[in-house]
Design a protein around this ligand. Structure first.
Ligand SMILES: Cc1cc2nc3c(=O)[nH]c(=O)nc-3n(C[C@H](O)[C@H](O)[C@H](O)COP(=O)(O)OP(=O)(O)OC[C@H]3O[C@@H](n4cnc5c(N)ncnc54)[C@H](O)[C@@H]3O)c2cc1C
Length: 394
């Protein structure tokens, strides 16, 4: 297998590197991603995404008429890698670009694609995901938020929870129950809901990182035009699963994992354990080698998925494998960092003794959340065993 890039792809990478160097605002390099309560930061991140879009570096694989470049997926992979290597901030419109956007390309009407896709890319409209409810997480099909079709409108009542970014999102793609009498997977529909519609209340929830990253969202007689339905009425489960597969792929990035692992190696060389650098301790070496092997295995799995995408093969259980492996590995890498740092790992960001500006404990908590979000590890294991390995359902 030839894993090298073609001369044209290498030339594209060089030109892109130059562009990033000239355009990534200095304040954005290594800056904390989102600060949820800081409207100025949100505007800055929108401006950065807009710049990438104007330069043609976003969603390069999408058709031109929807704001893409009709380019092959390898080019987009190179862009994603280079942005991470340059330590650019994550894209504020990621849920639009990676989740609802590809879903609309697959299931949306022509009118929906033309209306929503360009504004997703330009960051004029930010999206959030309204799937989970207080009684419906892993068992998502138990959701109860009700949407009654009255003439040309749905009337939505109910509650969503853990809705990331809802406090500044313009739109929500969500699941609602449209036929309570049907078996639970069959009475669900997929709606696009304008967050400014009267009757919507958003209440931020504070995560253990201290950030209000996600929210409760309440719907009280919220009117949604029928034309905002994606796919067929009561067939939303099919559409929802397409979005979930895209989400699971989005959550696993090899370059990010590699960068975190390099950070741990650096710590292991700098910090001392039993009178010598931690990297020379035989137990630590063994564990670092174990993590490194997992990072390499993840990299080759990502190559295999890239090949599948180039050949237009369905994502299948590859997305679940990716999600399971990468989120658990990221958390284990951060746990290793904390162990190497010992009690320094618990220092507040403001302490003058803090290491790496207090990044590691925050990453440790954040990566734990990603093991749960997008479907927990246990659920991914169920999917892999049942749909991939053909094991019987319990
Ligand atoms: C950081 C973060 C961001 C999120 N963002 C969003 C968002 O933007 N939009 C949104 O809709 N949701 C979001 N979520 C919610 C997320 O999708 C749910 O938390 C997740 O699906 C799990 O559901 P739950 O929390 O209700 O846990 P539960 O489903 O109650 O699970 C509790 C435990 O039981 C286990 N379990 C449950 N069922 C099974 C089973 N059949 N087999 C084996 N084990 C099982 C689970 O693995 C878990 O360990 C987010 C969550 C997090 C942590």
């Amino acid at each position: 297998m030839d894993l090298s890039y073609t001369p044209e792809q290498e030339a594209f990478r060089r030109q892109l590197r130059k562009w990033i160097k000239a355009n990534l605002p200095a304040r954005d390099k290594d800056a904390p991603g989102l600060e949820y309560g800081n409207p100025q930061r949100i505007q800055e991140l929108k401006a950065w995404q807009r710049k990438l879009y104007d330069a043609g570096y976003l969603a390069m694989g999408w058709p031109k008429e929807y704001g893409g470049q009709d380019a092959d997926i390898v080019q987009q992979t190179i862009v994603n890698e280079e942005l991470l290597l340059a330590r650019a901030p994550a894209l504020i419109g990621m849920m639009g670009i990676q989740m609802v956007g590809p879903t609309l390309i697959q299931f949306g009407t022509e009118e929906q694609r033309r209306r929503y896709l360009p504004k997703i890319l330009s960051a004029e409209e930010i999206w959030c995901q309204g799937y989970s409810e207080p009684g419906a997480g892993s068992d998502l099909a138990s959701l109860k938020t009700r949407a009654e079709l009255m003439g040309d409108e749905f009337i939505v009542n109910g509650q969503k929870v853990w809705t990331s970014n809802a406090q500044f999102a313009d739109w929500l793609f969500g699941l609602v129950r449209t036929d309570p009498s049907a078996p639970k997977h069959r009475g669900i529909s997929y709606l696009l809901i304008d967050m400014k519609t009267p009757g919507i209340t958003v209440r931020p929830l504070i995560q253990m990182t201290g950030d209000p990253g996600f929210n409760e969202v309440f719907f009280e007689d919220v009117r949604v035009p029928r034309q905002n339905l994606v796919g067929e009425l009561n067939q939303g489960w099919l559409v929802a699963n397409a979005t979930l597969a895209h989400e699971r792929n989005m959550l696993g990035s090899t370059v990010h994992t590699q960068q975190m692992f390099n950070g741990v190696l650096r710590l292991a060389r700098q910090r001392r354990r039993y009178g010598r650098p931690a990297a020379e301790d035989p137990v630590m070496r063994q564990r670092l080698a174990d993590l490194m092997i997992r990072v390499e295995a993840m990299k080759y799995h990502a190559y295999r998925q890239l090949t599948d995408s180039i050949k237009h093969r369905p994502l299948g259980i590859g997305a679940s494998v990716n999600k399971l492996v990468s989120t658990e590995l990221n958390h284990d890498i951060t746990a290793m960092a904390l162990e190497i740092m010992g009690s320094y790992g618990f220092l507040a960001r403001t302490s003058r003794h803090v290491i790496d500006r207090g990044l590691w404990p925050i990453e440790f908590m954040f990566t734990l959340g990603l093991i749960i979000g997008g479907g927990t590890s246990q659920i991914q294991k169920n999917i892999i065993s049942e749909r991939g390995l053909g094991m019987p359902r319990k």
